[in-house]
Each structure stands twice: as C-alpha cells, then as structure tokens.
Design a protein around this ligand. Structure first.
Ligand code: SF4
Length: 731
C-alpha cells in the first residue's frame, strides 16, 4: 500500500487531469437518471422484482449452468466453463487457433477486461480491436476503463480529438465535436469488423432456458460484432445467468434508467447464437450459409462460486453493472475510476468485485474512498447494500494488516476488538468515543495541545490527521454534565423521550443538545439524557466490525430499558440514527435491532410529528423582523437515504422560514474522511461542489444536520453553522 503522501499526490493529479470530465459526465447522467426514474411509476416494484430474480438465479446457479449448456448445445453452439482468467484466455486462444484467425473484434465487456484478454491475445500474435467508442479510445490511449459503462468517461471530447489527431495521419484535425468523433471512429471500426475473423462480445444477461444473450448498447456495435464474422465468442461471468426470457423485462427497463438515464437504450439485442443469418463475405462480395457459423459461450467463474458461498460478498453477484453507484458517489465524481478503482472494477461496488475476483489487495487502495455515505444504495437497481460490502472488505483488509511501530501508543487507550496491526489512523478515528471521554477530563489542555503546531505535527506523523484541519474543540461542560445539574423540567409530560447523547453533541457541541432539550420540553415532552456509549458508527466507518458490534450491544443494553418503558429515542446526529435504523440490523439479533429501529427518530422528524399531532409551536423560535427568515440548508447524506430530511424542511417552512436546500449528496467531510491527510484535497474538492450548489448565502442563515457537514461548511464559508434544532429552539 502506498504512503499517505503518495495517495494524496496520485489523487490530486487525477483531480487535475480527469476530475472535470468525470464530474461533468457523472452529474449529467445523474440528472438524466433521476428524471427517467421520476417519470416511471413502476421503478420500486421493478427493483424488487429484479432483486428477487437475481437472488433466485444465484441460489440456483449450478442448475442454471446445466440448463444453459443444454440449450446452447441444442442451438448448435458450445459452452466452456472457465474456472480462472487463465483458463478463459486459453479457451479463447484455442478457438482463434482452430479457426486460423488473425483478427478479433470486441464489443464492450468488463468481464473480458477482468481476464485481460486483449493483452493475452496480442502477446500470442493476434490483432484485437475494440469496437465500442469508449473502449476504442482507451485502447488507443493504452488506459484502463475508468467507469463500468463509460470507459473513457475521464476524457473530454477535446481530449479524444487530440488523441485521434496524434494517433492517425489525418488530412484535417478533428475538433472535438462528438458527432464528428463518433463518425470517425465508426468508419475505422466498421472496417475492422468487416475484416475480422472472430467477433467477441460480453453479455448483459444470459438466458438459461434458451441460450439467449441480451446485449444492451447505444452504438449497435455489439450486434455487428456478434453477427458479421463467422465465429462468435461470448465471454460472460456465471452470475449473468437468469432462468427465462421473461426475467429480462425488469432489467431492460432498469439498466437504461439507472445506467444512462434513458427510458430504453438505443439497442437491446436478443441473440440465440449461432444466429441463422447468412455470413457476409466482403472480399468475395457474397453471402455464405448460416450453418458455417460457430458460437462459443465462455462462462467465467474466477472467484464467483466462492463469492456465492460468502454471505457478505454474495450480493455483489446481483450487480448488473449499470454504474449508477459510481455516478452517485461524490468521491468518484472527484477522482474517477482511475482513483476509485482496482485492477478492473471501479466505484462503490468495484470493491466487492475486486475482492471477489482479484483478491483483497486489489480492493485495498480504492476501498477507503467509500465513506459509507450510503447515497449509492437507493440508486442501485438491484438494491445491493454497497456500503456494507465496502465495510466488510475494509474489515478483512484491516485484519490482514501487519503491526506498526506506533501500535504501543494506542493499545492501552483503545479498548477495541481489533487485531494489533490495525492502521493507527483507523484505530484513532474508530475509537473516538473512548478518546473523547478521556480528552474531556482536561478539555482546555487537550484543545491547546491539539491546536498547537507540535500537536498537529504529532497527529499528522502518527495518525495521518491533516494539519490543515482543526479538530473539534472539547466543551468545558458536557451535555450530560449540564443535564445532570439541571434535570428534566417537564413534570406533567405528554410524552417521555430519551435524547441520545452522541459523542459530538455530548463532548464537543452540547449547545445543540441543549437546544433539542429546550425544544422538546416546550412541546410538552419530558427528556432524559442517560449515559449511552458511542453508537458504533465510528468503528464501523473504519471497517472495525467487531468493535462496532460490541458498541451496538452496549447501546442496545443502555437504551432498551427506556424503550421498554415506552420512551422514544430521539437522535440529533443522522449517522447515529442510521446505525439504529439500518446498520444495527447487521450487528444485533433481529428483534433487538428492530426494537431500536422502530423507536428511534431524527430530532426534527420528532418535532414534526409532535407539531403534526397538535403540539403548540408558540414557544419555538420563528423568524422575526430581524431578517433571519432565509435559510440555506444542507441535509445529511444518511438523512436523505433514510428519507427523513424532508421533516427539517417542513418544520422550518411551517414556522415561516424560507428554506433553500442543497442538491448535493455529500459535503465531502464524511466523518473522519476529510481529516485524513491523504483525502483532505478530495474532501475539499467535493466541498467546493457543495459551495457552488448553495451559491450566494450572504444574508441567509446557513444550517446543516450532520456534524461533518457543519464542520465542512464552517471551513467553506468561515462562519459558525448551527444544527436546525438550534434555529427553532426557544431562546
Ligand atoms: S451495484 Fe447496483 S448501482 Fe452499482 S453498478 Fe451494480 S447494479 Fe449498478
């Protein structure tokens, strides 16, 4: 693994050279995709259907393999099951040799990228030409694909024109007009297709009952590649199998909407090869009979059967490789797939693929670029829990790590469940609850040391904390100390709640906790603030699953008696609420997780519910004549995924505020991510996008729900950014 500085340098270079094109392309597809989905009433039903088909297909994979072999052979083709990439390449090379072929044309296929078939065939003396425009570009540039469906997404049209101008001897230079570039490539690629002896495609889906391949493209080159030469080789992962033709319907709808933002892709080709159309012989200017066609289906295992047996990685096999999770990811938008990618696969789900087919090490560098913000999850057409896969892979990588000379510094201070070799940076941020408790014993001293030059130097050298960031300062008095001295103030309550004292609110920003208590009390609620441990969010974000599980069990133990007594749990920090509502489902027994999930609420969601049920808003702070009515609001990524962000907007609007909400998914800070020296600049790049989106905020109150978002906005706008509860709390 490279050093933090090497990583920072590499990511900075990618942001400078490829970042603009990737950001523009992914954001455009996001807009188109959101629009296509909004127009489509059946989206959620089809997601459920697609998920069900994939679950069942992977469950019945051995049977489907037998079935497809029978169907393809009945059609007149041959099936080869390749255990490894090397096996697949040997099979393909054998077919080339048998056919005395010299040239192979290919349509776009990530599976053939996975096995490096181009390199293999070229080193065996064959000519290989890509026919997809994006693949053609990266083949000429000798680059790896930077996106699952947009391999040349990192290049602008002007870049591509420059590449073609330098590669080909042209009468007049190409200008970067996309139509001109497409026309140019089409002519050259068309010539190669006409000359080719073998055509290789991938397959988006393979139908077991009929041996039918579904190929989804926008250029039509896959069909030409499959049917123009007399020999067609399709290489597909075994996970591409679905039982029947009817199963293709939801995927046909979904892949267009989530992948490219189209209602339907330009070409959806269903072929049951060998196809029965005559074979064009361009040299002889005649057609040869269809029965001279040959078809080979190479089905690739390469770790997939192992993934199928792996409870956590299995979901990866449901992926239909639409790329939506990459497009939705703020960090991907900043650095692209050459930064957020492994040997072959890119973006959020790339981690699962890399770990499954190439091994954990190939997923190592890219894995930490997933911050677990969860914004990819609602975009996934097959409902894959992508953040969980990233967390599991991170946990496995952590456990493979070797010890470090600084381990002794933290071993005693961090009573976690992790092995000794865990990266110190991860151990620091994963144990923030324990460290905050210790630091709060001498807040003034700790603040002075942490903010001093020597303090920052030590934090950077030992833990990789970027010195350009200021760590949050400890409050002189914790929220629980303040509450302990004050106590509950409502004697005849309408309801009783527990306010969860998250680490940040308790130790660093008790003001927002006090605001929550005053607000709830003014609405007739008695508030309890018991001692409850850190939720486990911090260790989970570092891939420390066993530590997170231990924390989850402690939190459950501390809260469940309150829930048993009929108290709701009110949470200020959205990432902690996401633990209670979603992540505890992976960490606790089902019933325990359900109890907390069903009884936990975002603080503004709770206020909304109280007001909706008739509580009197008279005591809350509404905009006055002092010009404080305009609010620029950034909701937290986890709030958006849970669908609770709208309550904040509603409460503020109902009280008379004028609310403008950012469209940007992530602030860039993402918990500890923005503090890490290797990711500081990525974090700021993502933050700049948020600032561009919010635009002019002069005269408006800036507010954000998450701790990280507040801190990032503090830096971006150089002003204090309160939580929305502080805006409405009684003065
Ligand atoms: S994980 Fe989901 S969103 Fe990402 S590429 Fe696969 S199918 Fe698409």
């Amino acid at each position: 693994m490279s050093s933090r500085r090497d990583t920072a340098d590499r990511l900075r270079e990618l942001m400078e050279t490829e970042g603009d094109a990737v950001a523009q392309n992914t954001r455009t597809v996001n807009q188109l995709s959101d629009y296509a989905i909004q127009r489509f009433d059946d989206y959620e039903d089809l997601r459920d259907a697609a998920r069900g088909i994939k679950e069942s297909a992977i469950e019945n994979l051995p049977e489907l393999l037998d079935q497809v072999t029978e169907a393809v052979e009945e059609n007149g083709g041959q099936v080869h099951v390749a255990q490894t990439a090397a096996d697949a390449n040997r099979i393909v090379e054998g077919i080339m040799a048998d056919r005395e072929a010299e040239k192979l044309v290919k349509s776009k296929s990530m599976t053939t990228e996975e096995i490096d078939v181009n390199d293999h065939l070229e080193s065996a003396g064959y000519e290989v030409v890509e026919t997809d425009l994006g693949e053609y570009v990266i083949q000429i540039a000798d680059e790896a694909p930077s996106h699952l469906i947009g391999p040349a997404m990192h290049r602008s049209p002007e870049d591509i024109a420059e590449l073609f101008n330098s590669e080909f001897d042209l009468e007049a230079d190409l200008t970067g007009d996309p139509n001109e570039l497409t026309e140019f490539a089409r002519e050259r690629v068309g010539e190669h297709i006409r000359e080719a002896d073998v055509g290789m495609t991938g397959a988006n889906f393979v139908v077991a009952e009929s041996g039918t391949l579904m190929l989804v493209t926008n250029e039509g080159n896959a069909r030409k590649t499959a049917v123009t030469p007399d020999t067609h080789v399709a290489v597909a992962g075994i996970e591409k199998l679905v039982p029947s033709l009817a199963d293709l319907q939801p995927f046909t709808e979904l892949i267009a909407k989530t992948g490219t933002g189209q209602d339907i892709t330009s070409y959806v080709s269903l072929l049951s090869p060998p196809v029965d159309s005559p074979i064009p012989d361009f040299e002889a200017d005649e057609m040869r009979p269809a029965d001279e066609r040959e078809f080979h289906l190479v089905l690739l295992d390469n770790g997939r059967m192992g993934m199928r047996e792996d409870d956590d990685l299995r979901e990866t096999l449901y992926c239909i490789r639409c790329g939506a999770c990459s497009n939705a990811c703020s960090n991907f938008q900043a650095v692209g797939g050459h930064g957020f990618g492994g040997e072959t696969y890119t973006g959020g789900i790339g981690t699962g693929w890399e770990a499954g087919v190439h091994g954990l090490q190939s997923a190592d560098e890219m894995n930490d670029l997933c911050t677990g913000c969860s914004r990819c999850e609602p975009k996934c057409p097959v409902e894959i829990d992508i953040p969980w896969i990233n967390t599991v892979v991170r946990d496995r990588i952590n456990r493979e790590a070797e010890g470090d000379e600084f381990d002794f510094l933290v071993e005693g201070l961090t009573p976690d469940e992790e092995p000794a070799g865990l990266d110190l940076q991860k151990r620091l941020f994963g144990n923030i609850g324990t460290l905050a408790k210790t630091g709060s014993l001498a807040p003034g001293l700790v603040n002075t040391v942490a903010g001093s030059r020597p303090g920052k130097w030590v934090l950077e050298q030992a833990f990789g904390v970027d010195p350009r960031r200021d760590l949050p300062e400890f409050a002189e008095e914790t929220l629980r100390e303040w509450y302990g001295a004050r106590g509950a103030q409502v004697t005849d309550p309408d309801r009783d709640v527990v306010l969860y004292p998250d680490v940040y609110t308790d130790y660093f920003d008790p003001e927002r906790g006090k605001a929550a208590i005053r607000t709830l009390e003014s609405l007739g609620v008695r508030v309890h603030v018991p001692a409850v441990p850190e939720s486990g969010r911090a260790p989970l974000s570092q891939g420390m699953i066993e530590t997170a599980r231990e924390r989850a069990e402690s939190v459950h133990g501390a809260l469940v008696t309150h829930v048993d007594d009929g108290r709701d749990v009110v949470v200020i920090e959205p990432s902690d609420l996401a633990m209670f509502r979603r992540d505890y489902g992976k960490l606790l027994p089902e019933r325990s997780a359900e109890r907390l999930s069903e009884n936990s609420y975002d603080v503004m969601e709770y206020v909304y519910g109280l007001l909706d049920n008739g509580a009197d808003a008279e005591g809350l702070d509404a905009p006055g004549d002092d010009g404080d009515a305009d609010i620029a609001y950034h909701s937290h990524c986890q709030q958006r995924t849970m669908g609770v962000d709208e309550y904040t907007e509603s409460v503020l609007s109902d009280l008379g505020y004028s609310v403008r909400t950012s469209d940007v998914e992530c602030c860039g800070m993402a918990g500890s991510f923005g503090y890490k020296s290797e990711y500081y600049e990525v974090s700021m790049d993502v933050g700049d996008h948020l600032r561009d989106d919010l635009g002019e905020v002069e005269g408006a109150t800036l507010t954000a729900s998450g701790t990280s978002c507040q801190e990032q906005l503090d830096v971006l706008y150089e002003r204090e950014v309160p939580h929305p509860i502080e805006l409405i709390a009684p003065r």
